[in-house]
Write a protein that binds this ligand. Structure first.
Ligand SMILES: Nc1nc2c(ncn2[C@@H]2O[C@H](COP(=O)(O)OP(=O)(O)OP(=O)(O)O)[C@@H](O)[C@H]2O)c(=O)[nH]1
Ligand SMILES: [Mg+2]
Length: 457
């Protein structure tokens, strides 16, 4: 494809050692030749790719900056186009001036993500790799970074490729039965299709779960610590953070405002909110706090419900618990250093929620809480195998749609519809899987993906 010559500053604005300006497209080298004065004589004709050339950016006798110039040949660059990168002095002005000069000489300012988009259109990377570029840049957590880097390598994972291969094989075989009906659609054929579709559905569910787990590593689990006043919510927050973040006193109603921070518990990031203890109160400030607590509860993916009574929950607590709905909840029986819990009784009262007995003050048994979170949110596979490809939410959504087509196949079978109908759904599922690496995808989705990029990438 023929794209115009583009340029952009690839480093963030602000003070820094160097700033890098990128150029991509046919004519990149010729344009730099117009404004670059090399220290050592060099010619574009003989210049090697991937080498730095020292010199100055000069135009009309005016020196713009002292720079290093890197040249990359077509097919040997990030975009697969001819590229140049100019390393000039950091800070806002130097790079800005050089960029403006390039624009004055005919380069177009690059859109966000345009370099990576070209790498995609020019066939160097697939769509899932392009997404991995942005996810690598945005990664906030080691594990998240590992996932993105695996995807960036283009390694889609054996599981994904196997699903696709199995589906292709199934389509081919089903179509063969349609083309040679003399072989007949007997029950064994139907059974085979059913068995294979079911196993494909299972494998897709595995991918969906992994993508969800990936989201947890990307964004953290939104967690709210809830409970009555004085049960030790702020103490639990502090224990998890290993710092005295929230004020702890023996006066009920100490916490008035929601305090938020992020902790890693058994390697899982939690975005924790410590909240005001829930109770009926006439104090207007505390009332606002309690309202905020309810809001935090609504937004949470995980609730840590703290209690310190050894004889089950009281009426007030049961009222709070009734509002949990379908959320994931762990009941934390705190102060286990002084409270003598009847563990079986507490577990029975808390059912169906799991119970952890711990002491926030003495920092006892916090690991068990981590293990319980892990059991609730992780299938346990990816946490052990960080090499595994983990798709993002767009991939998850694609697997969900593909899966629903496979369910249609089972439905058609049950209704004894002709095989042609089943093939239509199998093909639809395959087409949706193609969206994951961009083999079959609309411009609209491509634009949406690249709109998240920064300029210069
Ligand atoms: N012995 C013991 N005391 C604890 C433990 N956790 C908290 N406490 C004490 O319980 C009291 C209340 O603790 P906080 O952490 O302020 O309780 P809270 O739930 O945040 O209270 P409010 O913010 O008022 O709702 C303090 O005196 C803590 O020292 C624990 O594990 N063991
Ligand atoms: Mg508190």
């Amino acid at each position: 494809m023929d794209f115009p010559l583009i340029a952009a500053i690839a480093t963030p604005a602000g003070t820094g050692g160097i700033a890098i300006i990128r150029l991509s497209g046919e004519g990149s080298w010729a344009l730099t030749e117009k404004i670059f004065q090399a220290k050592e004589p060099f010619s574009l004709k003989t210049a090697a790719g991937f080498r730095l050339h020292y010199g100055h950016i000069v135009d009309g006798g005016k020196v713009y900056d002292e720079v290093l110039l890197a040249l990359m040949k077509e097919n040997q660059s990030y975009t697969r186009e001819e590229m140049a990168e100019i390393q000039c002095h950091g800070g806002f002005l130097a790079a800005r001036r050089v960029l403006e000069l390039l624009l004055a000489h005919g380069a177009k300012l690059a859109q966000p993500g345009e370099f990576t988009k070209r790498a995609f259109f020019n066939g160097r990377i697939d769509l899932s790799q392009a997404e991995a570029v942005i996810e690598t840049i945005k990664a906030m957590d080691e594990k998240d970074l590992d996932f993105s880097l695996t995807r960036l390598k283009g390694d889609k994972g054996r599981s994904f490729l196997k699903i696709r291969d199995d589906l292709v094989a199934l389509i081919a075989e089903t179509e063969a039965v349609i083309d040679f009906p003399e072989d007949g659609l007997d029950d064994t054929v139907a059974d085979t299709i059913q068995r294979r579709v079911k196993s494909l559905i299972e494998e897709m569910e595995g991918e969906i779960r992994k993508a969800e787990e990936g989201k947890i590593y990307r964004q953290g689990i939104a967690t709210a610590i809830l409970g009555k006043t004085n049960v030790g919510k702020s103490s639990l927050m502090n224990a998890l953070l290993s710092e005295e973040r929230a004020i702890v006193t023996d006066i009920p109603g100490t916490t008035r405002d929601v305090i938020e921070d992020t902790v890693l518990l058994s390697g899982i990031p939690l975005k924790i909110k410590d909240t005001a203890g829930i109770r009926e109160t006439e104090d207007p400030i505390e009332k606002i706090g309690v309202d905020k607590t309810r809001e935090a509860m609504d937004k949470a993916d995980l609730i840590l419900f703290v209690t310190d009574r050894d004889d089950g929950f009281d009426a007030e607590e049961r009222e709070i618990m009734a509002a949990f709905g379908g959320k994931k909840v762990i009941v934390v029986c705190n102060k286990s250093d002084v409270v003598r819990y009847d563990q079986d009784k507490m577990k029975a009262a808390a059912a169906p929620y799991p119970v952890v007995f711990l002491s926030a003050k003495e920092k006892q048994n916090l690991d068990t809480l981590g293990e319980t979170v892990q059991a609730l949110f992780m299938a346990g596979e990816i946490s052990q195998n960080s090499d595994e490809w983990v798709g993002n939410l767009r991939h998850k959504e694609a697997f969900l749609r593909a899966k629903s087509h496979l369910q249609e196949v089972l439905q058609s079978q049950e209704e004894r519809m002709p095989l042609d109908f089943q093939v239509i759904d199998l093909r639809a599922a395959l087409e949706i899987l193609g969206e994951i690496d961009g083999v079959t995808i609309s411009m609209e989705i491509i634009d949406r993906i690249f709109s998240e990029f920064c300029i210069g990438k």
